[in-house]
Design a protein around this ligand. Structure first.
Ligand code: ZN
Length: 458
């Protein structure tokens, strides 16, 4: 069988090889070849009803995961605009016809190598209806012949994973984004930690870090070398560094003519970084290369999403002010010869459509003095803002610690606000950190990839 496939692919040349993925409907090589050829030229979507009736199709294109129980279909029936599906376990689901047609997995409609739809909108109509529907004898496939003769085959597993029910939708929601767990000062007792060397070598450790970042929003990594370049090394393994107006990485220390308040020894209010950028960096890394040995230079963290939720509960009207009024955030300076003047206009608190907090835009030093509201509105806004700050600065909302040399603090810049206590640097005890940013899209992509990889190897 395998040899047959290979010689078939050779015979068919490039087009057939590229179309190998579509050889899913028939157990017979001969029929597969004819089908593949038809599909390769996208010539004949209309297959004869005979194929449907043979009932012997299997799916060589999808590598079956033998460890996983395969979903089986029991029966299907046609409703007004949905297909009603009953599974062997007795549960049932409905699939809209227009959705089924839109998601046909045949090679003319779907490019498997790109996991992308090829079907054009012009070929999708609201009144699309099946002419025939049938479940394979083994229950693993649903086959639909549409009124125009186009034929679609859906694997039962594939359909089940996409069922329009809350259970399947919550599985996908977890793939999309892990649910955050909001925290308060009790987190001081269980600061999430990871080891640099383990992250570099062990996929499970890296996955744990990425999951922790989504759920808790910060981690302290220990055991990095006390030199520049460690963020680069970790980023090559975990995500990738996203440049900003301060470069791809930047050094945080007390500098003459500082281009940023962070580059001084002043204390810093709780803030997130670079609110002036419309694409505010998602995640910040701070690698402590050397730490100030005297008092000061401590890091303070707060879960701004928790504080925002408190604000919404206690002061709903003031909360609305912070979500509705647009604030200007601006950064004007010259850093390492690069002159910039960057402005972003955004509310202090952004909420997702489902009501979850999306981000808190807080930066005492990054907020501009220009304010595009009336004086009365400005007064009301300050009242709301200072109320929020009262909540934010309650010790019950803080985690405080002092980073040690060789530690990297990783923080969700959309959620975890960070501050610093003032320190008085000396020539001997120079506090020096290297900073950089990651991006949530790439981090979640890495998390999904590792989840698949580790699930496959267990
Ligand atoms: Zn199709």
């Amino acid at each position: 069988m395998q040899a047959g496939w290979h010689s078939l692919l050779r015979r068919g040349g490039r087009i057939l090889r590229d179309s190998a993925v579509l050889m899913w409907t028939s157990a017979s090589i001969g029929t597969t070849y004819v089908r593949a050829k038809q599909m390769a030229f996208f010539a004949a979507p209309a297959l004869s009803g005979k194929l449907l009736k043979r009932n012997n199709y299997t799916s060589p294109s999808v590598t079956p995961d033998l460890n996983r129980p395969r979903t089986e279909l029991a029966s299907v029936s046609q409703g007004h605009n949905t297909l009603k599906v009953r599974w062997r376990d007795g549960e049932s689901d409905e699939f809209p016809y227009v959705w089924l047609r839109d998601n046909c997995q045949c090679p003319a409609c779907f490019l498997r190598s790109a996991s992308s739809r090829l079907l054009r909108v012009a070929d999708l109509a609201m009144d699309v209806r099946p002419r025939e529907v049938q479940v394979s004898k083994d229950g693993y496939f649903l086959q639909v012949v549409w009124e125009n003769g186009h034929e679609s085959t859906y694997e039962a597993d594939w359909l089940n994973e996409r069922a329009f029910n809350t259970r399947q939708q919550s599985v996908y929601n977890n793939t999309y984004r892990l649910r955050p767990e909001l925290w308060d000062s009790n987190m001081s007792q269980r600061i999430p930690r990871a080891s640099f060397d383990e992250l570099m070598e062990d996929d499970a450790a890296l996955l744990k870090l990425l999951e922790c970042m989504e759920v808790l929003g910060f981690t302290v990594v220990s055991g990095a070398r006390r030199e520049e370049g460690e963020l680069q090394r970790l980023s090559e393994r975990a995500s990738h560094l996203v440049p900003s107006n301060y470069g791809t990485t930047f050094i945080v220390k007390d500098k003459n003519d500082a281009s940023n308040v962070a580059y001084t020894s002043h204390g810093l209010d709780l803030h997130c970084d670079l609110v002036c950028l419309h694409y505010k960096p998602c995640v910040q890394l701070l690698h402590c290369i050397t730490q100030f040995s005297g008092d000061g230079g401590d890091s303070i963290l707060a879960d701004s999403h928790r504080v925002a939720v408190q604000m919404r509960e206690l002061y709903p009207q003031k909360f609305r002010f912070l979500t509705d009024v647009l604030v200007n955030f601006r950064d004007v300076a010259t850093d390492e010869g690069f002159q910039f003047d960057i402005i972003a206009r955004r509310p202090m608190i952004s909420v997702r459509p489902d009501g979850e907090i999306k981000t808190v835009n807080m930066s005492t030093f990054g907020r501009d003095s220009h304010f595009g509201v009336s004086p009365e509105e400005a007064v009301s806004w300050y009242d709301a803002y200072l109320t929020f700050c009262d909540l934010l600065y309650r010790p019950e909302n803080h985690v405080t610690f002092k980073l040690e040399a060789g530690e990297i603090l990783i923080m969700d810049n959309l959620r975890v606000l960070h501050g610093r206590t003032a320190y008085k640097d000396t020539a001997e005890g120079e506090r020096r950190l290297e900073g950089g940013f990651w991006d949530w899209d790439m981090m979640r992509s890495r998390r999904r990839g590792l989840q698949k990889k580790l699930a496959g190897s267990s």
